[in-house]
Design a protein around this ligand. Structure first.
Ligand SMILES: [Zn+2]
Length: 228
């Protein structure tokens, strides 16, 4: 699959059969989102890790405009339907450990150490990570999280080919914890995110590279892609 960083914690990927998936789309008010990415031409599936504004800001609008399937925790699905009029038939919102398939991609919600209040103060359930499996590959989107010991279980269960980890510090783990996360996961390739968007997010890929010398740390700019 082809994975494009849209800045901050936002991504899109395309599978070999043409499904386009957005993960945590934060486009309109994301200072790092390239202009060319602000108005998606096509959205088949949206996967959401948690309820904070910098992850959910564009979810409802995109889901309604494109008729996209939404993958998220059940509380977020309920909120999208009840408060924003997202079509309930498009929601595939379960809970951790459970998997669902959409557009030929298998999505599993997994643990995360973070909070998940929704922008209007509604309860958003617990924050999650997402494992996406397609084209014989597995990508672990950690969402916003600290490192936690059960990342070893995620490694054993899904053997991610790529770990997408936050490294900015302040709201999430920084490079030090991310290096340990990679050790627990046993994953040899990392795409760091959630850094550089705002002044407190000081972690850098260079620091992570130093701390995880045996891992390929992809250091790309928003708008650039990697192949998984
Ligand atoms: Zn965030």
């Amino acid at each position: 699959m082809e994975l494009t960083w849209i800045g901050h914690g936002s991504f899109r990927f395309d599978t070999s059969d043409g499904t386009r998936v957005y993960v945590d789309p934060f486009l309109t008010h994301n200072p790092k989102c390239p202009d060319a990415e602000k108005e998606p031409e096509r959205v088949d599936v949206i996967a959401v890790t948690h309820g904070h504004m910098d992850h959910i800001a564009n979810v409802a609008d995109l889901a309604k405009k494109h008729g996209a399937t939404v993958i998220a925790m059940i509380e977020i699905g309920d909120w999208l339907a009840s408060k924003h009029g997202v079509d309930e038939s498009k929601l595939q919102c379960g809970n951790k450990g459970g998997a669902t398939e959409a557009g030929g991609v298998r999505f599993t919600l997994v643990g995360a150490q973070h909070s998940s209040g929704l922008p209007d103060g509604s309860y958003g359930g617990e924050a999650a990570g997402i494992v996406a499996e397609a084209d014989g590959k597995a990508v672990y989107f950690a969402g916003d999280t600290d490192v936690f010991g059960d990342m070893a279980l995620i490694g054993r269960l899904y053997a991610p080919d790529l770990a997408v980890l936050p490294i900015g510090d302040f709201f999430t783990m920084g490079p030090k914890q991310a290096a340990l996360a990679l050790e627990l996961l046993g994953t040899k390739r990392c795409l760091p995110c959630h850094y550089g968007t705002f002044p407190p997010l000081v972690g850098t890929p260079a620091e992570l590279k130093k701390l995880a010398p045996n891992v390929t740390v992809e250091d790309i700019e928003p708008g650039q892609s990697i192949t998984v």
